[in-house]
Design a protein around this ligand. Structure first.
Ligand code: H79
Length: 402
């Protein structure tokens, strides 16, 4: 693996927590990003949406304010979803946001704001396309189209990487990474991208084992290794960056009747579980058609940001896979400390972990800095928790090492 790619992967892993944004003309209908498919809306009907799209309240600076106060370190946004509509100023199609009444290019505005603030930017791009006539016709022409768009996105907006979604068609390639690679010519394309951008991060949400040229293994609506919903076909593999993507309610794109917003506590648990499993969390919001993020979501994001302001040392830049399962929680580590993430405090107040060898300097509660009593017996470390913990979602114990 080339040096640029190695350092880019290290840098991506250190970010640990990002915002996923699903935003497109489907937000006008407010029934999720699959509305065209689910409600069998004909292309001609769906095409009436772009002329109504005018998100006058969109403000890239305000989105970045939310990202920063949420403690998120990167943004992955839909440049084109399965409906085929481009949210950026593409030279390869007229079906794009700069041809709506809005006229502006929000991707360009976000890219420049991210650059200003040091927030990394990735693009979601769907190679699957429900509208492009060549998709079910001239495969060579369609391949040139989608690959040209991905190259264009990289050239124009300089993202750290690309997040592809939807190479699972046709059914025959869905469970077979080699057949998928053969039909979509993925490996060949990745090599072309890397020839120009050696440090590009490549992600494909196919739910199969990552190809050698892919950097990220995704877990969609799933914590790493849990496979609760049945379409993340692989267990976490060595040598890939892990990334879980979750919706903040039950939809990716804006849904006006989805009130199942995840509690703050659940988001904190998901984030710390991912870090414990050595994976990133990409948490999604679906902004409304006026360009704003709903307050039910910004409020929750701020609260998680508050927890991160106190406990970020146990998340950013850490590595996971420190211990196996414990009854009380998980763990992460940095060069000089091990962090115990307490999700279910033991009733007797004693945490117990394997700690052979390591010389301990001090054991504290990360959020308050209060010292904790501990006891070492053989290769085990026992830490006494206080009777009231600083945070019901996750109180972190910091074991500073010598
Ligand atoms: O962009 C988001 C989803 O739209 C996309 N990936 C994430 C990041 C995605 N496309 N397909 N899938 C995920 C899996 C397929 C789910 C489906 Fe369904 C079940 C398609 C039809 C039935 C979900 C439920 C969508 C429509 C109904």
């Amino acid at each position: 693996m080339n040096q640029e790619r190695l350092s880019a992967r290290e840098a991506f892993r250190k970010l640990r927590y990002g915002m996923f944004v699903h935003w497109g003309v489907y937000s006008l209908l407010g029934r999720g990003e699959w509305v065209m498919f689910q409600e069998k809306i004909p292309v001609g009907e769906y095409e009436k949406l772009p002329p109504q799209f005018n998100p006058v309240k969109f403000n890239a600076g305000e989105w970045l304010d939310v990202i920063e106060s949420a403690g998120m370190r990167y943004l992955t946004i839909t440049s084109k979803h399965h409906d085929g509509f481009c949210m950026y100023d593409s030279d390869l199609t007229d079906y794009k946001i700069t041809n709506t009444p809005f006229r502006r290019d929000p991707i360009e505005e976000l890219a420049s704001e991210c650059q200003k603030r040091g927030i990394a930017l990735m693009f979601y791009y769907s190679p699957l396309d429900w509208r492009h006539p060549d998709y079910r016709g001239d495969w060579a022409a369609y391949s040139a189209y989608w690959k040209g768009q991905v190259e264009e996105l990289i050239r124009k907006y300089n993202p750290i990487g690309i997040w592809l979604d939807g190479c699972w068609e046709p059914e025959a390639v869905r469970h077979d990474i080699h057949a998928m690679d053969e039909l979509w010519k993925l490996s060949e394309f990745y090599a072309q991208l890397r020839a120009k951008n050696p440090g590009l991060i490549i992600c494909n949400n196919h739910h199969l084992e990552p190809l050698p040229e892919e950097d990220i293994q995704t877990f969609e609506q799933d914590l790493p290794g849990q496979n609760k919903i049945g379409f993340n076909y692989t267990m976490p593999v060595e040598g890939a960056l892990g990334e879980t993507c979750l919706t903040i309610n039950n939809n990716w794109g804006y849904h006006h009747r989805d009130f199942k917003h995840k509690p703050v506590e659940e988001i904190i648990r998901a984030l710390s579980f991912c870090a414990h499993a050595d994976a990133n969390l990409l948490l999604n919001v679906g902004p409304r058609s006026d360009g704003t993020i709903q307050p039910e979501h910004t409020g929750r994001l701020m609260a998680v940001g508050g927890w991160l302001a106190r406990n970020g040392d146990a998340i950013y830049g850490t590595r996971g896979k420190v211990f196996g399962e414990t009854p009380w929680g998980g763990a992460t580590r940095s060069e000089s400390a091990i962090y115990l993430h307490v999700w279910n405090a033991p009733v007797d107040g004693w945490l117990s972990v394997d700690m052979p060898g390591a010389e301990i300097q001090e054991v504290t509660l990360l959020a308050t800095g209060d010292s904790l009593a501990y006891d070492r017996r053989e290769s085990r470390l026992h830490v006494k928790l206080p009777s009231t913990l600083p945070d019901p979602a996750n109180s972190v114990v910091k074991i500073a090492l010598k």
